[in-house]
Write a protein that binds this ligand. Structure first.
Ligand code: PEP
Ligand code: MG
Length: 838
């Protein structure tokens, strides 16, 4: 829908799970006293403007900004709860009062770790402070990324009479009062003042220094800049002015209950929640609603060590275990890198560094030298360091102790081989003090259904991973959760921040049924995943998978993929000292072909250069790496490397199933050159057959030249990740632009349409292998524009096939044309959600 003077779609100012206001663990926000709105539990560190407008207020302490949108809506963006207490520490304002900002512009940056550790909760609010004049409709209650449509607001045609209308009486009363609220008259106390004033017919205002503000305006009240213990003048005018004055004096002179307590380092919102029998309150770290048996997780106990071990054997065992853990972490890192999951990469890079820490290794080796078992030596070395970190009384460093414990467990697990694991009943909800990131990965692999943690914060590493895995998770439930009996049935309502300890059978049934319905749908999708995907009107869409190893290809094959739409061959080349030789390459490609049965496999030639550098392949330093020697341009810089890869590819069997694809092509000559090389190399090797050769469309030039490329290519596959980057001139890895690098931008859709039209003229098919193919919202548009293959992340094959089967290709064709004229990606997303709801 187009925005006009009355309608406005607010984009998400932060990335993270969305909560309705009533679930915010703060009575002032939750009751709507400050106005209606929505909350986000942020995963990123910069707050962005949800719409264009003027900055009308910034908090002195940098934790909140208010914008006035062009339709008059006043939008307060408040980062975290009780963050005024931080007195500006951890916040950096990027805008000033009076400044005009555009939608998506960064407004303030904050230190995620510091703020998370020092405030009550990171849950952040988007509040319409003049919400009485607007109707609101949330557009997402799942997880959002910056800039994605969050809230639709429409100005009411007949705004309710504002309280600034004539008071009807000239009676006046005024008095001075010292403001008792910690941090002064910041957003929450100001909201209480407004709420209090609204209960009277009188008009009231506060005056401080040389400024005054009506109590009806939250923004004006905050704009007075009143600090704690500042004296203000309260004036009321109207028939009930005395009563209004007394009430306001009381509101201003009494600190909020939550202000009276110093902020605890670890979030424990249950203290402020109304007590509810049989319910523990916590903070939602990953959303979801699930019922199941509770399982209390005990820490691993090692048997007593009798000593007298052979040091060299134990040293070897430890070395082997460390090596295995390193390899596992590298694998996790590779996967994270491919998924562009920076958070996961940061976590596990830190783990790799800890694993090489000389203090730890020296301590373990010293204990081994004295005859201790490797298990106990390692365990003790870690325990000692944990104690040191925790003794420093620094919560950030204490969190690193959790990472050390993680490595303790991982290495012990490797040392003990397969003899140790968590024994989980199916669908268990695990209760633990804290979990480590690798515990979580293991529990998730074993089918845990949810997590209930006594400690932890919503921004802990575990929370981030739980969100990624779709596992409902509550943190900060308090120690009580550790005293519950294993086996009791509980309901984990992570969205509502509640762990229901004694749900009645009806409640259990209701939650289980909802969950079963979700699972059934997923199971049905899985069951039908190996079947071809046909639209309702009979168009076949191939749903293939993007993989980067034969292991992932196995998952894809089992998951029903119709083929491999993109094998990123970089996996063979990175994280090693020497390039793989021809034989190793041939074997790796052959493995993927064998894994896929009789299905086609598209193998992309190496796409390094740019920001993907190889130690053994020094390329000139680049001023603009993503615009430099990368992708197929390597043929120009290091032709022998590409020749070697082509030789390996020519030797796989059967060649009909192997399709070669070239990255970053910008002109026909690049394609023709590789065709000639393939011919020459095949002749050298005595091979008569030629594999199909396709090009990636990931540079605008290639999309615009699709017709000319299609004349010489066997197929085209659109890389929407790079195509977005180069079309929109936005770095695809730029955190602040993440939500705007959206491949559903109409400019991209036009390029996709042009690519399909060009290919059609030569009877070639077009696929999409960029991330847009995995976005079910985009499926109808892509089909409508003429795409016949989608290459998606392996776990999503079933879901995407199901999506295809719901669609009518004719209708997709018709409607997708209308999207090309929309003004931006947000409008396209909204239109897609309306035309083809998920
Ligand atoms: C793309 O750019 O969309 C693509 C699939 O390639 P990569 O993500 O590997 O650059
Ligand atoms: Mg690319």
């Amino acid at each position: 829908m187009h925005n006009n003077n009355n309608d406005l779609t607010l984009g998400a100012p932060l990335s993270g799970p969305v909560l309705p206001l009533r679930n915010v663990p703060d009575p002032v926000f939750a009751t709507g006293a400050m106005g209606d709105g929505i909350a986000i539990d942020p995963l990123n560190d910069t707050l962005h403007a949800p719409c264009a407008g003027q900055v009308i207020q910034v908090a002195r302490t940098g934790h909140a900004v208010t914008l006035r949108a062009d339709n008059g809506a006043e939008v307060l963006l408040h980062l975290g709860l009780d963050t005024v207490e931080l007195k500006g520490k951890g916040f950096e304002l990027l805008v000033q009062e009076g400044q005009r900002v555009s939608a998506g512009q960064p407004l303030l940056r904050f230190d995620l770790d510091y703020v998370a550790q020092h405030c009550r909760s990171l849950i952040s609010l988007l509040i319409l402070t003049n919400s009485e004049g607007f109707e609101q409709r949330p557009l997402s209650l799942g997880a959002v990324k910056i800039g994605e449509p969050l809230l639709h607001i429409t100005r009411r045609s007949q705004a309710p009479a504002s309280s600034s209308s004539a008071p009807g009486s000239a009676e006046q009363a005024s008095a001075r009062v010292r403001v008792a609220h910690r941090g002064g008259l910041h957003a929450r106390p100001a909201a209480l003042v407004r709420q209090c004033a609204a209960g009277f017919a009188s008009q009231s205002q506060l005056s401080f220094k040389d400024k005054s503000a009506p109590c009806t305006s939250l923004v004006a009240l905050m704009g007075l800049g009143i600090g704690e213990q500042d004296e203000v003048l309260v004036s009321c005018q109207g028939a009930d002015c005395q009563a209004a004055l007394q009430a306001l004096l009381k509101t201003l002179g009494t600190a909020l209950e939550s202000d009276a307590h110093p902020t605890p380092a670890v979030v424990a919102p249950s203290i402020r929640r109304p007590a509810e029998d049989g319910v523990l309150h916590g903070v939602c770290a990953a959303p979801g609603l699930i019922a199941g048996p509770l399982l209390r997780l005990e820490a691993m106990q090692l048997p007593e060590d009798l000593g007298q071990h052979q040091p060299h054997e134990q040293r070897q065992a430890l070395e082997k275990a460390l090596e295995q853990v390193r390899a596992d972490i590298h694998q996790t890192l590779d996967q994270a890198r491919r998924r562009h999951n920076q958070e996961e990469q940061d976590i596990f890079n830190a783990h790799l560094a800890l694993l090489e820490d000389p203090t730890l290794l020296d301590a373990a080796h010293a204990a081994i030298a004295q005859g201790r078992a490797a298990t106990h030596a390692w365990s003790a070395a870690i325990a000692e360091q944990c104690q040191v970190l925790q003794g420093l009384d620094n919560s950030l460093l204490a969190e690193r102790a959790n990472d050390l414990r993680d490595l303790q467990q991982r290495v012990l697990r490797a040392l003990l081989g397969t003899t140790w694991h968590y024994d989980l009943p199916p669908g268990a909800l695990v209760a633990a003090d804290e979990l480590t990131p690798s515990d979580l990965l293991q529990l998730s692999a074993q089918g845990v259904a949810g997590l209930c943690l006594a400690a932890g914060g919503a921004t802990s590493h575990v929370a981030i991973l739980a969100r990624g895995k779709g596992l409902p998770c509550l943190v900060a439930l308090g120690q009580e959760v550790l005293h519950l009996d294993s086996g009791r049935q509980v309901v984990l309502d992570a969205d509502g921040g509640r762990l229901e300890l004694a749900p009645d059978p009806q409640r259990l049934q209701q939650v289980q049924e909802a969950h079963r319905a979700r699972l059934q749908r997923r199971a049905l999708q899985q069951q039908q995943a190996t079947e071809p995907a046909l639209t309702r009107d009979g168009l076949v869409i191939e749903v293939a998978a993007n993989v980067a190893s034969s292991d992932e290809a196995r998952d894809a094959h089992l998951g029903g993929a119709d083929g491999i739409g993109l094998l990123r061959t970089e996996f063979l080349f990175v994280d090693r000292q020497h390039a793989p030789d021809q034989a190793e390459q041939r074997q790796a490609y052959q493995d993927v072909l064998d894994t896929m049965g009789d299905k086609p496999v598209i193998i992309r030639t190496i796409d390094v250069g740019g920001d993907k550098q190889l130690d053994y392949l020094p390329l000139p330093a680049e001023a603009n790496p993503v615009l430099g020697l990368r992708g197929i341009r390597l043929a120009q810089a290091r032709p022998e490397l590409l020749d070697q890869q082509l030789r390996a590819l020519l030797q796989v069997a059967p060649l009909e199933r192997c399709r070669i694809m070239l990255p970053m092509v910008t002109e026909v000559a690049e394609l023709l050159h590789i065709r000639q090389r393939l011919d020459a190399l095949a002749r050298e090797l005595g091979i008569a057959q030629r594999p199909e050769l396709g090009v990636m469309i990931e540079v605008p030039a290639a999309a615009l030249m699709a017709e000319q490329l299609a004349e010489h290519a066997d197929f085209l596959s659109i890389g929407t990740n790079d195509l977005s980057q180069y079309t929109l001139a936005m770095d695809r890895d730029h955190a602040g632009l993440a939500a705007r690098v959206d491949a559903l931008h109409p400019a991209l859709l036009r390029l996709i349409a042009q690519t399909c039209a060009g290919a059609r003229r030569h009877g070639r098919w077009v696929g999409v292998c960029g991330a847009l193919a995995s976005d079910p919202l985009a499926t109808p548009v892509l089909i409508g524009l003429g795409i016949s293959e989608l290459s998606v992340s392996p776990p999503q094959v079933g879901e995407l096939k199901d999506r295809v089967r719901q669609l009518d290709a004719g209708q997709c064709r018709h409607l997708s044309q209308t999207l090309l004229d929309l003004p931006g990606a947000a409008a396209v997303r909204q239109a897609c959600a309306e035309h083809w709801p998920l």
